[in-house]
Design a protein. Structure first.
Lengths: 312, 241
């Protein structure tokens, strides 16, 4: 079993960055705040130009080859930029990129996929780009210490529920999480906890919804289930005493926010919590204003809540 | 004859019974109904294994770790959703029993906890989807909302290389015959427009030079579709007609 491909070359000073559709679309606040955070920490990423959608968890149900070729094209572009490492901010993208890596370790598959890529006018993929989540990237390259040093406005008095969701850590067979040194724990992830604590926030420790699914790709096709899971992300945050939920995946963020009205109707107003990308909260701690960190973009309006707590 | 647990177990049956002159009457909760299955068809397993998504099914040794952690089974409480059992039924080729789950099996949300935990390296989530698509391909299960979403999603992304989220939303609603009230749509559109996120229709992002890749991938998709089409591979004899 190959698992995630460890970087075969030296680690890149500036890894390639795969935005994926969400970061250029509904998740724009995630992209902008990520850039602010990386800049404050002296880290940089090089955007893959003319990337394509990774296929998420949907395409693989229709065709294995298309589901591998889509992410493989992006990884091939990163390799042709001379990079060994690719960073993505969406857990769904991390899943499909690492899944493609797993598939092309098989020589016959790699040959078939490369012939598809070549016919489509894309560079071929050698299978040697390692993929990580932007949370792992920040944790590994900067870590809590450098984050602490960059904080200009500690998130004091803020209690945050760290919501990792499903595909950040899972499955290790693809993501390599827990297997490769320096990676997070697949069952009990803690990187987000540590970074938020370094920003001065209080992080709830008994948050049982930490790694549950938000309903994922079934947000529209199975409302009943998706609303129930999204509601429990908020309900558990309430039970644990959190004011805000921090997310690391645009799908989770958008699903929960998209269901807010239904959750309110079914479970009452008091389970509702503002939901924000972890980079928005970090950016706020690094000195950005609410507006700069795009906290008013979110449908759950964390900006209103934070303003009531004295943030501007 | 394989023992298919659930369907063969009678719950709480009071019996009056004498064995070798000894009275063993009482409340029994595990009487096994005797039954003979003659309709098992190994071709279901072959079909599931026929694509890389389903290959790992043979490694399963039925420990049930997948079901124990399954968020649909355990957290959501849909106890009929039992990946271990689906795999078992596919392994022995018990189509009749499998068909009882025709409208349940599609509800996997792909959280991948099962794949994470499987001690045998079975890609449970992908295998379960493969079993589900066997049922749809042979006509034993109706096309599910998730099937329609997968299709709409793939079609949308292949158009420009990147997804047009707003367009996908509209296209999928049309497929399901649903309609979000115009007022709500306008409210959403306004929020997105204000924050510069309304990249849809003519404003949609696109991948430069995508058209060549699009035609190659669409051809690949059509080819795989034909392979999945009912009867093209000769569905197993046990399949519905």
């Amino acid at each position: 079993m190959s698992g995630a491909v460890p970087s075969r070359g030296p680690s890149d000073p500036v890894p390639a960055y795969y935005p994926g559709c969400s970061l250029d679309g509904l998740g724009k606040a995630y992209e902008i705040s990520s850039r602010q955070v990386l800049k404050s920490l002296g880290l940089s990423l090089d955007r893959i130009v003319d990337y394509n959608c990774c296929g998420a968890t949907e395409v693989k149900n229709l065709s294995q080859d298309v589901s591998v070729a889509l992410p493989a094209r992006n990884l091939a572009l990163a390799r042709s930029m001379g990079r060994n490492e690719v960073v993505a901010a969406c857990s769904g993208c991390v899943y499909s990129l690492t899944r493609a890596n797993d598939a092309v370790q098989d020589e016959a598959t790699r040959g078939r996929i490369n012939s598809t890529l070549a016919r489509g006018g894309s560079p071929e993929y050698d299978g040697n780009a390692s993929v990580q989540h932007v949370l792992e990237f920040i944790y590994r390259r900067a870590g809590p210490d450098r984050v602490r040093a960059a904080v200009r406005r500690p998130l004091e008095g803020l209690t945050v529920a760290p919501y990792y969701g499903c595909l950040y850590t899972r499955p290790k067979r693809y993501t390599g999480v827990g297997k490769t040194p320096g990676t997070d724990d697949p069952e009990h992830p803690h990187f987000l906890d540590e970074l938020l604590i370094a920003c001065g926030a209080k992080v709830v420790t008994d948050y049982s919804a930490k790694t549950i699914c938000c309903g994922g790709g079934h947000a529209l096709s199975d409302l009943e289930v998706s609303v129930a899971f999204s509601a429990s992300v908020l309900h558990e945050a309430k039970r644990a005493g959190a004011d805000v939920v921090a997310t690391i995946c645009p799908l989770g963020q958008i699903n929960i926010e998209n269901h807010l009205d239904r959750i309110r109707a079914e479970y009452g107003d008091d389970v509702i919590r503002p939901v924000a990308y972890f980079t928005q909260l970090m950016s706020l701690a690094f000195g950005s204003s609410l507006r700069e960190a795009r906290l008013s973009d979110n449908f759950s309006r964390p900006d209103l809540f934070l303003r009531s707590r004295g943030y501007s | 004859m394989p023992i298919v647990e659930k369907s063969l177990v009678e719950v709480e049956r009071t019996e009056t019974l004498e064995v070798d002159g000894i009275d063993v009457s009482g409340d029994w909760n595990t009487f096994l109904k005797s039954r003979v299955s003659s309709d098992l068809d190994a071709r279901i397993l072959d079909w599931v294994k026929g694509e890389p998504q389903g290959e790992t099914i043979s490694r399963c040794w039925q420990c049930g770790t997948c079901t124990a952690g399954c968020c649909m089974h355990t957290d959501y409480g849909l106890t009929d959703f039992n990946p271990r059992y689906f795999i078992y039924l596919a392994q022995i080729g018990y189509e009749e029993e499998l068909r009882k789950y025709a409208t349940t099996i599609w509800r996997c949300v792909s959280c991948n906890k099962c794949v994470e935990r499987c001690p045998k390296g079975v890609k449970v989530e992908e295998v379960v989807h493969r079993i589900g698509s066997y049922l749809t391909a042979t006509g034993a299960a109706p096309e599910s909302p998730a099937d329609r979403f997968d299709r709409a999603y793939t079609k949308n992304l292949l158009r420009r290389g990147v997804l047009d989220e707003a367009e996908l939303f509209r296209e999928y609603e049309r497929l399901e015959g649903r309609k979000t009230p115009t007022r709500e749509l306008l409210r959403m559109a306004w929020t997105l427009l204000k924050s510069g996120r309304l990249h849809t229709g003519p404003l949609a992002h696109r991948t430069r030079g995508w058209s060549r890749m699009r035609s190659v991938l669409e051809a690949q998709l059509a080819e795989d579709d034909r392979a999945h089409a009912p009867r093209s591979r000769g569905p197993p004899a046990g399949g519905p007609r």
